[in-house]
Design a protein around this ligand. Structure first.
Ligand code: SIN
Length: 560
């Protein structure tokens, strides 16, 4: 089936939906989402959204904290842009019916997290993301011009070359990656002159068919890729789809070595990816060994539990390696039970259900993959290297986060960059809407057959996630990274072969993307011979500003 739409958005989190709402003023919007609309990282976000508010705070301080966390790689123009738009974007969110927590005088209750020199985090209890997701979904449903298609998994972008030919059945996995530091627009490999993204192929989970979606603008807001790792706070859908598709299509991706590990994911056999918000440490929670010894004094004597996440994650990792234990504790029992129940209602309830009363006992925690600071390279308006293609949110790399993201800066980036993309699209809308829709060939399955053996997928899925956790985790080394590179190669080859031999399923599409992104993270990490932000190399423990104060850019080479 062929479906024509003015704007095609992949992903239904905060950036996808807030952009959809704005674009619906211009034309028809179709939002594709792999599972249910609220199966997003947004929905799980606990912390909140940074917005300079207090009298003791100002934009320069927020910019300073962001740049300090980013460890030399933040793009300062982007930092200024995003930090200074916060009040306007927050007002828009509230206009969608969202009400952030306020004190008795009606002032916003400001939260605090690691790396912030002031209280500046707007929140709704400890379920800010869920409140945002619900408000935006409600608003999007009210807009007549938005079609939300659940159970649709994007396969690959469709690119029309200047000569009217199409690319879309891309094969790139490991072949020909070019690591470059050059700037500037690059046409996709194999294209002659100007080309344009004109839509994508997507698997309709209800029919099992691959449909062709044609659009005037395509926006990737597919979130991050935490599922590349064995332990993650991310939802199951976080398989790096947007990054993998954009890379295969020939857009540059950047800084994929900067995976942020959240220090405190709940350690419990029945609840594997539940986050224990950094806001607990903002309210004074202490990290303890299993023997009850506070240890942050030894790693960050000044910032202690409010040091940046990379510092704390490494401290916990070192303590776990030393003790041979599986977890450390986070203790907030010094706070009054009433305060904890009101400020952290979700964490209190989930832990209690698992037999942990956070008002009386410490919480067992471990670090887990949480956020991808890199992504598809975009300009200040969400535009990727490929005309017709935008990327927003965790999928994108704007340069805002640099080598390490400041807590609660991501929802803000989503809102601002969705707005920026809208501004760019609106400014060229008269031209865009005069373009005819492309007419690419429909998907052909050829001789592909039903895979039948699910183990072909699950085995590789498990292998990749274990490999990434063990070899490309919180602390890395050149030896482990080169072993990881050797091990991922045959897996990529096998998946590549399966891609042509078997009918596509959503599990297989996700595995293909997961493998692609794992490969790219390994390549990027192996290329950066220093330690900076979220990337720590045992054999290069120092920061090397002379050689490495620059983004790691990856571009697929001429091979298709
Ligand atoms: C948290 O609540 O600790 C997560 C917030 C974030 O990742 O920004």
């Amino acid at each position: 089936m062929k479906i024509e739409t003015d704007f095609l958005i992949v992903g239904s989190g905060i950036s996808g939906l807030s952009l959809a709402i704005k674009l619906s003023e211009l034309g028809r919007v179709t939002v594709l989402t792999k599972k249910k609309t609220d199966d997003t990282a947004t929905n799980l976000a606990q912390g909140g959204v940074c917005c300079v508010t207090g009298e003791d705070d100002d934009f320069e301080l927020h910019e300073y904290d962001t740049i300090k966390a980013g460890d030399g790689l933040c793009h300062e123009d982007i930092v200024r842009l995003i930090v200074r738009q916060a009040p306007e974007r927050m007002a828009e969110l509230e206009a969608c019916g969202l009400r952030f927590d306020r004190d008795k005088k009606g002032r916003i209750s400001l939260g605090k997290e690691g790396g912030h020199s002031r209280r500046r985090i707007w929140h709704v209890g400890d379920y800010t993301g869920r409140a945002i997701q619900e408000a935006l979904t409600r608003r999007a449903m009210e807009c007549g011009n938005i079609t939300l298609l659940e159970n649709h998994t994007a396969v690959d972008l469709l690119i029309m070359n200047a000569d009217g030919c199409f690319q879309g059945h891309c094969e790139a996995m490991s072949d020909g990656t070019d690591i470059t530091t050059q700037q500037g627009l690059r046409t996709p490999p194999g294209s002659k002159g100007t080309c344009r993204v004109v839509g994508l192929y997507a698997l309709n989970g209800a029919t099992g068919e691959i449909d062709t979606f044609l659009s005037r603008c395509t926006i990737l807001s597919t979130g991050g890729c935490g599922k590349v790792y064995l332990y993650t706070t991310n939802p199951d859908v976080a398989t790096g789809d947007g990054i993998a598709m954009a890379y295969r299509a020939g857009a540059r991706v950047a800084n994929l070595e900067f995976v942020q590990f959240h220090p405190t994911c709940l350690y419990h056999p029945q609840r594997k990816n539940f986050l224990i918000s950094e806001a607990l440490r903002g309210e004074g929670a202490r990290l303890l060994t299993c023997e009850g010894e506070a240890f942050m004094q030894r790693y960050a004597p000044r910032e202690m539990e409010l040091a940046n996440r990379d510092v704390i994650a490494r401290a916990i990792d070192a303590e776990l390696k030393k003790s041979g234990r599986d977890y450390v504790y986070l203790d907030i029992t010094h706070k009054k039970p009433d305060f904890l129940k009101k400020r952290f209602p979700q964490i209190y309830a989930v832990c209690l259900k698992l037999g942990i009363d956070i008002t009386r006992e410490p919480i067992p925690v471990v670090p887990a993959a949480h956020y991808m600071c890199g992504g598809v390279v975009t300009d200040a308006y969400g535009q990727t290297d490929l005309p017709g293609l935008f990327a927003v949110g965790e999928t994108a790399c704007t340069g805002f986060h640099g080598a390490n993201r400041l807590a609660s800066n991501s929802l803000l980036e989503n809102l601002v960059m969705a707005h920026q993309s809208f501004v760019r699209i609106q400014s060229s809308w008269q031209h865009l809407k005069s373009l005819p829709f492309a007419s690419p060939p429909e998907w052909k399955t050829g001789k592909a057959v039903d895979m039948q053996e699910g183990v072909l997928i699950s085995h590789n899925w498990d292998t990749i996630r274990r490999l990434m956790w063990d070899y490309v985790g919180i602390v890395r080394s050149t030896k482990r990274l080169s072993l990881a590179a050797q091990r991922i190669e045959p897996i990529l080859k096998e998946i590549h072969q399966h891609y042509w031999d078997y009918l596509l399923t959503s599990d297989f599409i996700e595995l293909r993307n997961l493998a692609q992104v794992a490969y790219l993270v390994i390549r990027a990490a192996g290329a950066r011979l220093e330690s900076r932000g979220g990337h720590y190399m045992k054999d290069y423990p120092q920061k090397d500003d002379w050689n490495w104060r620059r983004d790691t850019l990856l571009l697929r080479n001429e091979l298709m």
